[in-house]
Design a protein around this ligand. Structure first.
Ligand SMILES: Nc1ncnc2c1ncn2[C@@H]1O[C@H](COP(=O)(O)OP(=O)(O)OP(=O)(O)O)[C@@H](O)[C@H]1O
Ligand SMILES: CC(=O)C(=O)O
Ligand SMILES: [K+]
Ligand SMILES: [Mg+2]
Length: 579
C-alpha cells in the first residue's frame, strides 16, 4: 500500500519524521504509519470512523478519488519575496511583517510601489482621516499594483471608533499651555477660535468629573487641574505645561488612577458602519477595530461580516483602552488578531506600564495563535528627521525579540518626509534581531498551550509543533505547507521556526490574511485534491523557476481534508531533498 505516492523525478524522500509523542488518549484515534518510498516517510492518519484498538496499526485502504489537478504552472510567489529569496537565501528572508499607514505623504501609485518594494506587507488606511474618495483611490491603486506588478500587499482599514478628543484649541497647529494658565474645556460649538478655550468632540466629556481631578492631554503632553465645573464645562489650571495638538486625546485621573467612565458610546459608530460597508465593497482584507472594549463587539462585527458574504475579511481588535486590557483574553479569542495600539493605550495607562503590557499581549496572542501588530511611535522622530533615535531602534528590536508578528508605521509613513527610509529601518532592524535570536538560539520553545479541542485540531497542532522542532533540528532550508484556511500555516508560524514557511493556498483571502503572520510567505496556487501531486508539482515549479535548487532540503507539511465523509483525514510531515 503506498500512502506516499511516487515521488517526483526531481525529488527523493530523504529523511524520516519522528512522529512524536502521540501519547495517551490521542492514540485512540490516530496511528502512525511508516511508509517506504524512496526513503522513509511517516504519515499521521486519523481514522474518522471505525474503531482502532490502541496500539494496533491498521492499513487504510485509499480509494483513488484522484481528480485531474488543474494546471499548476503559476508559482504565485510575490516579486518582493522572490527577490529577497534570490538575494539573501532562505535564512535571510525577513520574518517580521511590516504595516504602513497610508496618508498624503505616500498615496500615489509610485509612492505605494516604493513602499511595496521596500517590504510593506499590509497597507493601513485610518478612516479617521481623509475622504472616502481618497481611500477608494488608494485601495484601488494597491490592488492594481498587486495585480500588475505581482506584489502581495494586504489592505486594512482602521475604524475611527468613539473617543474623546479636542476639536478646536484656538490654533491651526500646536499651542503651548503655560504653567498656571487658566483654560475652559467645553463641548459647546462656537465659531472661530476663542483664546484659552478648548472644544471637545462629545458633550458628555465631563460626566462624572469633579473638581480636583487631573485632566491629561495625550497621555502626558500637558496636564491640568479641574478647578471649577460650570454646567458641562470645566475650568482648568495648567499644572504641567506642554503642547496642545489638533485632535489631542483627553483623559481624567483621580489620585493617580484613571477615572473610568462608560459614555455608552458604541464601539462602532454610524460612521464606522458606513466605513465598514465601504471596505467590504472595495474588497479590503482586514478591519482593525478601534477602542474595542469587550469580545461581544468583535463577535458582532464578525457575525455581520458573515451575513454580508464578507466572512473572509479578518477582524483585528485594537487594544487601546483599560477595559480592553482587562478583557484581553476573551477579546483575543473572539478576534482574528490584535493590534497593540500604544498611542491611545498610553492615554489610559501610565506610560511606564506600556512595555510590560506589550510583552504580555504579545505572549497571549502567541499562546492563542493570533497575529499581533505592535503599533505607534516606533520611529516617531522620523516623521521629521532622516535617522531614528537609538531609543527607537531599541524599541523596534525589543518588539522583534518578543516575536511580534508585525510592526507598524503611523505618521512616519502617512505624513512623514522619510517614510521609505523608516520602512527600511524596520526592515534592517528586524532582520538583524531575527538573526541574533537565531544565532543565540533564542527561538525559545514556547510552552504552548493546547488550543484544539477536537481530535483533528489537536493532531494538526501536534503535527505542526513536531514539524518545527524537526525542521530546526535538521536545519532544513524551508518549510512548505499546503493549507486551505491558513490554520496549519499559522500553527507552524506560532512555533517561530528558523526556516521560512511557504504557505501554498488556493484561497486568495487566506493568502492575504497570512501576510500578517510571522515568517509566512503565502503563495496563491491552484491546488488539486491530490496532495502528493500538489507537493511534487509545486516543488518542481519552484525548482524550474530557480527559487529552490539541488541540495535544498524542504520539510513539507500537508493537511489532507477528505473529499468524502467516509474517507480519512491525514496530516503528514515529509522531508524532501531537491536533486
Ligand atoms: N489618510 C490620512 N490623511 C491625512 N493625514 C493622515 C492620514 N492618515 C494618517 N494621517 C496623519 O498621520 C498621523 C498618524 O497617523 P495614524 O493614523 O497612525 O494616527 P493615530 O492617531 O496613531 O491612529 P488612531 O487615530 O487610530 O489612534 C495622524 O495624526 C494624521 O495626522
Ligand atoms: C494605532 C492606534 O490607534 C493607536 O496607537 O492609538
Ligand atoms: K483609527
Ligand atoms: Mg488609537
Amino acid at each position: 500500500m503506498a500512502i506516499v505516492r511516487n515521488s517526483s523525478s526531481a525529488l527523493t524522500f530523504h529523511t524520516l519524521v519522528l512522529a512524536k509523542s502521540q501519547s495517551g488518549d490521542l492514540n485512540k484515534g490516530v496511528f502512525v504509519l511508516p511508509v517506504s518510498g524512496h526513503g522513509v516517510s511517516w504519515n499521521v492518519r486519523q481514522v474518522k470512523s471505525g474503531a482502532i484498538r490502541h496500539g494496533v496499526v491498521r492499513a487504510v485502504a485509499e480509494v483513488s478519488t484522484k481528480k485531474e489537478s488543474k494546471s499548476l504552472d503559476h508559482l504565485g510567489l510575490d516579486m518582493v519575496a522572490e527577490g529577497e529569496l534570490r538575494e539573501k537565501g532562505f535564512l535571510g528572508m525577513r520574518k517580521t511583517k511590516l504595516v504602513c499607514t497610508i496618508g498624503p505623504a505616500c498615496c500615489s501609485s509610485e509612492e505605494l510601489e516604493r513602499l511595496a518594494m521596500g517590504g510593506m506587507n499590509v497597507a493601513r488606511l485610518n478612516m479617521c482621516h481623509g475622504t472616502r474618495e481618497w481611500h477608494r483611490n488608494v485601495i484601488r491603486r494597491i490592488k492594481k499594483l498587486n495585480e500588475q506588478r505581482r506584489f502581495c500587499v494586504s489592505v486594512m482599514i482602521d475604524t475611527e471608533g468613539s473617543q474623546i478628543f479636542v476639536v478646536d484649541h484656538g490654533a491651526p497647529s500646536s499651542l503651548k499651555a503655560e504653567e498656571g494658565s487658566i483654560w475652559l474645556f467645553t463641548a459647546k460649538k462656537f465659531e472661530g477660535s476663542l483664546p484659552f478655550t478648548v472644544q471637545a468632540n462629545y458633550e458628555g466629556f465631563s460626566e462624572g468629573i469633579i473638581v480636583g481631578d487631573e485632566l491629561v492631554i495625550d497621555g502626558g503632553m500637558a496636564s491640568f487641574e479641574v478647578i471649577e465645573k460650570i454646567g458641562h464645562d470645566l475650568r482648568c489650571k495648567c499644572t504641567d505645561p506642554g503642547l496642545l495638538l489638533p485632535g489631542a486625546k483627553l483623559s481624567f485621573w483621580r489620585e493617580g488612577v484613571l477615572v473610568e467612565r462608560n459614555y455608552g458610546l458604541p464601539t462602532l459608530s454610524v460612521k464606522d458602519w458606513a466605513d465598514i460597508e465601504f471596505g467590504i465593497s472595495e474588497g479590503v482584507d482586514l478591519i482593525a477595530m478601534s477602542f474595542v472594549n469587550d469580545a461581544d463587539s468583535v463577535k458582532h462585527l464578525k457575525n455581520c461580516l458573515s451575513t454580508n458574504s464578507a466572512k473572509s475579511i479578518k477582524v483585528l481588535a485594537k487594544i487601546e483602552s483599560l477595559d480592553s486590557l482587562q478583557k484581553l483574553e476573551e477579546i483575543a479569542e473572539a478576534s482574528d488578531g490584535i493590534m497593540v495600539a500604544r498611542g491611545d493605550l498610553g492615554v489610559e495607562i501610565p506610560l511606564e506600564q506600556i512595555p510590560t503590557v506589550q510583552e504580555e499581549i504579545t505572549h497571549i496572542c502567541r499562546q492563542l495563535n493570533k497575529p499581533v501588530i505592535i503599533a505607534s511611535q516606533l520611529l516617531e522622530s522620523m516623521v521629521e528627521y532622516p535617522t531614528p533615535t537609538r531609543a527607537e531602534v531599541a524599541d523596534v528590536s525589543e518588539a522583534v525579540r518578543q516575536y511580534a508578528d508585525a510592526l507598524m508605521l503611523s505618521g512616519e509613513s502617512a505624513i512623514g518626509s522619510y517614510g521609505q527610509k523608516a520602512l527600511s529601518v524596520l526592515q534592517m532592524v528586524s532582520s538583524r534581531m531575527e538573526l541574533w535570536s537565531r544565532e543565540e538560539n533564542r527561538q525559545s520553545n514556547l510552552h504552548t498551550r493546547q488550543l484544539g479541542e477536537l481530535l483533528h485540531e489537536r493532531i494538526a497542532e501536534e503535527t505542526c509543533n513536531s514539524a518545527v522542532e524537526m525542521a530546526n533540528n535538521l536545519g532544513v532550508d524551508a518549510i512548505f505547507v499546503y493549507t486551505k484556511h491558513g490554520e496549519m500555516a499559522s500553527l507552524l508560524s506560532r512555533n517561530r521556526p528558523y526556516s521560512p514557511i511557504f504557505a501554498f493556498t488556493s484561497d486568495s483571502a487566506t493568502q492575504m490574511a497570512l501576510n500578517l503572520r510571522w515568517g509566512v510567505t503565502p503563495l496563491l496556487v491552484d491546488l488539486s485534491d491530490d496532495m502528493e501531486d500538489n507537493i511534487s508539482k509545486t516543488i518542481d515549479l519552484m525548482r524550474t523557476k530557480g527559487v529552490i535548487k539541488a541540495g535544498d532540503a524542504v520539510l513539507v507539511v500537508s493537511d489532507l481534508t477528505p473529499a468524502r465523509a467516509s474517507s480519512t483525514a491525514s496530516q503528514s510531515i515529509q522531508v524532501k531533498t531537491v536533486v
